[in-house]
Design a protein. Structure first.
Ligand SMILES: [Zn+2]
Length: 100
């Protein structure tokens, strides 16, 4: 994933992204960023992912006698992770103060 401010690559499992709280800090430019998953990209990923799962993976897994249920969970979690993007959170405070 790339920082919306400085374009630095930040790994999903890096320390910077696994801090508590919604708003994180870019390890490169120290600006505020947050993870966001858009419904649109989820749907875009989910449809081909479920088709792939049902048509190709299920029979393959059955042939290998791998538990289909836990694999499906892993598969859909992967799809969900793919939809996450890093977005600018510098003006998050402004949004909150405007609302109240
Ligand atoms: Zn940055």
């Amino acid at each position: 994933m790339r920082c919306p401010h400085c374009d630095a690559v930040i790994r999903l499992f890096s320390k910077a992204l696994n801090k508590w709280g919604r708003v994180k800090e870019c390890p490169c430019c120290q600006k505020k960023i947050k993870l966001s998953s858009s419904v649109k990209s989820y749907v875009l990923f989910f449809i081909p992912a479920s088709i792939t799962h049902v048509l190709f993976l299920k029979p393959y897994l059955a042939a290998l006698s791998i538990d289909g249920g836990s694999f499906a969970l892993f598969w859909y979690v992967m799809v969900l992770l793919l939809t996450f993007r890093l977005v600018d959170a510098e003006d998050d405070f402004d949004i909150v103060s405007r609302r109240f």
